[in-house]
Design a protein around this ligand. Structure first.
Ligand SMILES: [Zn+2]
Ligand SMILES: [Zn+2]
Length: 338
């Protein structure tokens, strides 16, 4: 099969590698859509990587000994390799599992971990069945495009009475805007990149330039009832404290971005609730995810700005590096229109 690796020369290169083998409850999935996340950031570091990508939607081709899925099932591939047995995994919080499985050792495959590939291995309980009325391209939004924003908006119980401030309109921020909008909230956004400002506007959000001197006053004036919830996706160190200052008393703040230490003002005087949100719970929140996807198809098409073949991953990373994009999808078997 074809897999994309990062070379020591700082390129993303498509190479021929062995197709991985199913074993026990670990099944082989044909990767039809591989959404790109932050892998491009490692491209220039001169270190070889062959484990690129954790997002995928595709079709089960070898169900091994699985009793949960069959060959032909359309699925979303969840990230990581949670054990499926611990207290976190049993509740669907596989992302927080402390005892992950070693799929390569269990199957004897040298590949199968990465989704920048034509095939990937996954324990069957980490495959989310895709409803018949949802295309694989839209289902692929159930990875990092919509996942972290779903976690944040669900955890903060965002609804029609909320005014939500999203920091950053990169792919995760755009997903947070879609989630908050779908739940009926008014959405304000802090973003400086004009390309992404425009995407956010077309999603119905009100956009503010974070570097303009008057922005915080303008946000306060635009939301006289106060910002009830904020979602930080930018990863900029100073932003959590800024958002904490903009949220109304007894409001909520979700930190979605991986980044530096989070520094916040004292929480007691403001009553602020702070949530760390990593990915999403595909056991508890699956119905909410499918409802959000069904209700946001045009928005998903809008923010998925680029579709490239797997072999074009290097060029796709150039696009990501430029910031002139929303979410970028790779298609390891060509774009079928599925
Ligand atoms: Zn991701
Ligand atoms: Zn576990």
């Amino acid at each position: 099969m074809i897999e994309v690796i990062l070379t020591a020369e700082g390129h993303a290169e498509a190479v021929e590698r062995p197709q991985p083998s199913a074993h026990g409850d670990i099944v082989t999935v044909r990767v039809d859509v591989a959404p790109m996340c932050t892998e491009f950031r490692a491209r220039g570091d001169g270190i070889e990587h062959d484990d690129l990508g954790h997002e995928a939607a595709g079709v089960v081709v070898d169900a091994g000994g699985s009793t949960r899925v069959r060959a032909g099932d359309r699925v979303v591939v969840m990230p990581q390799l949670g054990c499926g047995k611990c207290a976190y995994c049993v509740q669907g919080d596989h992302i927080y599992c402390l005892t992950p499985r070693d799929v390569r050792a269990e199957t004897g495959s040298t590949t199968g971990i990465a989704t920048y590939a034509q095939y990937v291995l996954k324990p069957d309980y980490l495959l989310l069945p895709v409803p018949d009325d949802v295309s694989l391209e839209h289902a692929a939004a159930a990875c990092c495009l919509l996942g972290p924003g779903l976690h944040a908006t669900s955890r903060m119980n965002v609804g029609v009475l909320d005014t939500v401030l999203v920091s950053g309109a990169g792919p995760v921020g755009l997903g947070a805007i879609i989630n908050a909008g779908f739940r009926g909230a008014r959405v304000l956004v802090l973003e400086a990149n004009p390309y992404r400002q425009e995407l956010a506007r077309r999603l119905g959000a009100e956009v503010f330039d974070p570097f303009s001197a008057d922005t915080d006053n303008a946000i306060a004036a635009a939301a006289p009832g106060g910002i009830t919830a904020a979602i930080e996706t930018s990863g900029v160190a100073s932003v959590p404290a800024r958002l904490a200052g903009l949220v109304r008393r007894l409001g909520q703040l979700a930190i979605v971005a991986w980044g530096t230490d989070v520094v916040l003002p004292p929480l007691v005087p403001t009553g602020l609730s702070v949530h760390g949100c990593w990915h999403w719970n595909h056991v508890r929140l699956a119905d909410q995810m499918w409802a959000t996807i069904r209700g946001s198809r045009e928005a998903l098409d809008l923010v998925t700005t680029h579709h490239l073949d797997l072999t074009e991953a290097d060029a796709a990373m150039d696009v990501q590096q430029s910031g002139q994009c929303g979410k970028v999808f790779l298609h390891p078997h060509g774009r079928s229109g599925e």
